[in-house]
Design a protein around this ligand. Structure first.
Ligand SMILES: Cc1ncc(COP(=O)(O)O)c(C=O)c1O
Length: 387
């Protein structure tokens, strides 16, 4: 069967395999509960509403958001980031961002810049790290509405200091939007304790849910302009989009099927599940980094320190174009990786791997140490073949 004999190292794109509990919850929902939540009063609609509310509560508690209503479900992290950026920023506003951003942040900001938002990008270091002194300098130089930054790079895994950045942003009168696409489900993201105003998460990566799921957290007191208007099942007599969250940002039927699967994944991750995943992935990352150091011709990007990154390791190999190396790993060794720019060209400029990009190895919760060893052996063989 496809998938069962593949070494899957593309968890930074989407996690695979999904836990069997996720598939079971989706099947159960489709069989027994698939009404339209919040729209009707019959049993199936109420059952669907129950599933959506339970998942919202579980996600809120997982992210440290006191009030579940402050979380709006979205299609993915990109959808959540767009909602935050277009819902908050107006011509004349200023945004400070970093050079490690994924296009999910960089492209909306580029479009917003064309409509009169000032965007300043702080260059990160070659290992992907952000110097907080640079952020402070920028915030001090001019009034800023928003700091928009990733929690961890999807290119080299480097973790950025979001709590300290939030503190700096607030000290200078700005809000902070965090892209937690590579950290939600793996690193603790406590929005209340860390003072995060807006947090975008995908449901389908570290949270282990299905594709088509994501969420945006909006801090209490912050009101975004909806980017979509429509039915919410509430205040149907009014033509104005309701103000109350989450209806304000959730026009139309949500992805109930996906949300049912996400709820099952969250039940696995709570009560220490996520910490176990992190410990497992950190150990695999350390094993990978150690092994890569011993292969002649292999160059590892990032900090080289598993405790300072998520399980995302980028390499270049002398004599290989990353896309060809990725294809060889797939066709000759059944190792699934991602090669190229990973939708983050600015990050490659920062770490010195533009335009060819890198090969990205991203282990996940079910990756085994022996799969890491097999990958190292394959890379050694390919590196020697080119040398
Ligand atoms: C850092 C980062 N931000 C945003 C995204 C977009 O996530 P999604 O595919 O859920 O829209 C990704 C996806 O890889 C990412 O790595």
């Amino acid at each position: 069967m496809w998938g069962s004999d593949v070494i899957y190292l593309d968890n930074a794109a989407t996690s695979f395999p999904k836990p069997p509990e996720v598939a079971a919850a989706i099947s159960d929902f489709l069989t027994d509960k698939a009404g339209n939540p919040g729209r009707s009063g019959h049993g199936l609609a109420l059952a669907a509403q129950g599933v959506v509310s339970d998942t919202r509560r579980a996600l809120a508690s997982f992210l440290g958001a006191g009030d579940p209503a402050r979380l709006a479900f979205t299609l993915n992290a990109t959808d959540a980031l767009n909602l935050a950026l277009w819902g908050l920023l107006r011509p004349g506003d200023r945004v400070v961002t970093t050079s490690m951003e994924h296009n999910a942040v960089a492209r909306p900001l580029f479009a917003l810049a064309e409509s009169g938002v000032a965007v300043h990008r702080i260059p990160c270091a070659r290992d992907g790290s952000l110097d907080l002194a640079d952020l402070e300098c920028e915030l001090r130089s001019m009034p800023t509405r928003l700091v928009a930054m990733t929690h961890a790079s999807n290119v080299c895994g480097t973790v950025l200091p979001i709590a300290e950045a939030a503190e700096l942003a607030h000290r200078h009168g700005a809000l902070i939007l965090v892209d937690a696409a590579q950290t939600a489900g793996v690193l603790p993201v406590d929005v209340t304790a860390r003072g995060i105003d807006l947090l975008a998460v995908p449901g389908h990566k570290g949270l282990l849910g299905p594709t088509g799921t994501g969420a945006l957290y909006v801090a209490p007191g912050l009101e975004l302009t909806p980017t979509r208007q429509g039915g919410t099942g509430s205040r149907s007599e009014e033509l104005r989009q309701p103000r109350q969250m989450p209806d304000r940002l959730e026009a139309g039927t949500v992805n109930t099927v996906g949300i049912a699967g996400l709820g099952a994944a969250l039940r696995l991750l709570r009560n220490g599940g996520a910490a176990e995943v992190r410990a497992h992935e950190e150990a695999l990352t350390a094993r990978l980094l150690d092994g890569l150091r011993d292969i002649p011709g292999v160059h590892v990007q990032g900090t080289g320190d598993a405790s300072r990154q998520v399980a995302v390791v980028s390499v270049t190999v002398d004599g290989w174009e990353p896309v060809d190396l990725g294809a060889a790993l797939d066709s000759s060794f059944k190792i699934a990786v991602r090669a190229g720019l990973h939708c983050a060209p600015l990050a490659h400029h920062s770490i010195g791997t533009y335009p060819q990009g890198t090969v990205r190895l991203a282990p996940g919760p079910t990756t085994t140490p022996s799969e890491i060893d097999e990958t190292l052996a394959a890379l050694r063989e390919l590196a020697l073949a080119a040398g």
